[in-house]
Design a protein around this ligand. Sequence first.
Ligand code: IPM
Ligand code: MG
Length: 351
Amino acid sequence: MKATIAVLSGDGIGPEVTAEALKILKALAERHGHDWQFPAAPVGAIAIDRTGEPLPKATLDLARGADAILFGAIGDPRFADPSHKVRPEQAILGLRRELGLYTNLRPVVTYPAIYDASPLKPELLDGVDIMVVRELTGGIYFGAKTRTADSASDLCSYTRPEIERIVHLGAKLALARRGKLTSVDKANVLDTSRLWRAIVDEVMAAHYPTVTVEHTYVDAAAMHLLRRPADFDVVITENMFGDILTDEASMLPGSLGLCPSASLGAGRLGLYEPIHGSAPDIAGRGVANPYATILSAAMLLRHSLGLETEARSIEAAVAGALGDGVRTADLRPRGAAASTVEAGNAVLARL
Ligand code: IPM
Ligand code: MG
């Protein structure tokens, strides 16, 4: 199969973890005779350094013309001061908006071999298999902003079609999984949430009567994720709630370094990235965890290239490496840890 996979590795640990995912994709391409091209382009702080812009037009054009995008991470301590007008984060927000990637799939699964890496009790972690569907191009992230010296505002708005497409997607996923959909909102306070909840009820009653629907306020959801994580199947939620809840949920497997994501739109083009950031404190030391990016590459094969078997083989290889104790430093704070490259090689060896 011919495919173009744009590689935007970005800042900090982005290039290190992306290199490991690329290694896996190239090995699969060779093994199965796929003709995959991997053109690269700068994004984030490194792009600001080179061109003055976090998302140069050439990078956006490359991404737009590709079949899929493998994305590393963006962010740099030089832009830590929030008053910077040009920021690395604008690159990922720009890609999501420009490419219409309105759905963000964030699977959260636990691995028995590394239950001790989680701050939660092991008995809570059995059977955790959650698919968070985060709305990605609406809400407070993209609403109008105002700022004066003494006041600021960020508008949160949603429209019916923006909500409906997420509900349909979440419901279809639930049908193919354990048949349960949890919708997270703040309908006791926010009108956007009241609209969200009404549309969930309408769409589910009209089209998916066999799916069990649960509505949860976001504050309660944050608590239930730790108290009864195995009860969740598919979770649908708006942009910012999804951002916050998935960082929290990463503590179920035990590290942000284990959580991949897929950002999808109406077509097959998708952007695949770990949910973690650029981790400047450990960048360049070869110790970052590449599993989340490798698992993102698996999602790339599944959702953009339709290669379910290959996707599963990567996921099984990661589970195998973890099962055999190949742990990076985030999963083993004390004692000898595997390097980024060793973890990537461990997955490769188990493919
Ligand atoms: C994420 C990140 C981004 C977000 C940042 C980098 C803009 O936290 O993908 O979860 O908030 O969406
Ligand atoms: Mg986030």
